[in-house]
Design a protein around this ligand. Sequence first.
Ligand SMILES: [Zn+2]
Ligand SMILES: [Zn+2]
Length: 227
Amino acid sequence: MNTVSRFLADLVFPNRCPCCDDFIRWDKLICGKCHRSIETVYEKACPVCGLETCICSEENFCDRSLVPLRYETLVKEGVLSLKRGNNKNFGEYTGKLIAGIMKNEMPELEFDMIMPVPMSPASFRKRGFNQAEIIAGEIASALDIPLVTDVLIKLDTDSSQHYLNKSQRMRNITAIKIKETDLTGKRIIICDDVITTGSTINRCARLLKNSGAETVFAAAAAGTKLR
Ligand SMILES: [Zn+2]
Ligand SMILES: [Zn+2]
């Protein structure tokens, strides 16, 4: 959101912290208290899958990953308020956080484009936006690379990932397709909001690699700890 529209929106819907719901200044994304309490965990995570408890397998198509936060407490609240659509601040906040870490700690890496994990048309109609795209959009502008949303697509499936059994979940993942595109030599960031098993983002990485991508870097706001 640009500065003017953010200021005007605040007059009608006063800006709130996406994690604790306190009122915050119109130009802030999160309150100071939540910002200070949210801890980054990527420092001790596996650099390939990005998670604290490594989920890498030989079927891994991502070259490297960055997942700065753990999906719990305040972070979970922030992600849920983003998904519900009542407060998108957390998408911008985590996008900026990811881009900042990439710039400061991986300045040697270069990218040609960023893509969000796609959402099916039915889910998009229901939600009105793709939360992964909000995060990806922030990273795109911070790193000055194009945001590409029409190469990876997702077909409609019967339901959302959360409540599915294993075979439905598999079908949900294979519903992600790629349009015939030549990505030869491209260095691509694939972005999602939360990584749980890594299978969704790995599916995307596999499709991108099969279309010629040279490297795939996965970025997600938060990772769940596998039980
Ligand atoms: Zn707060
Ligand atoms: Zn790993």
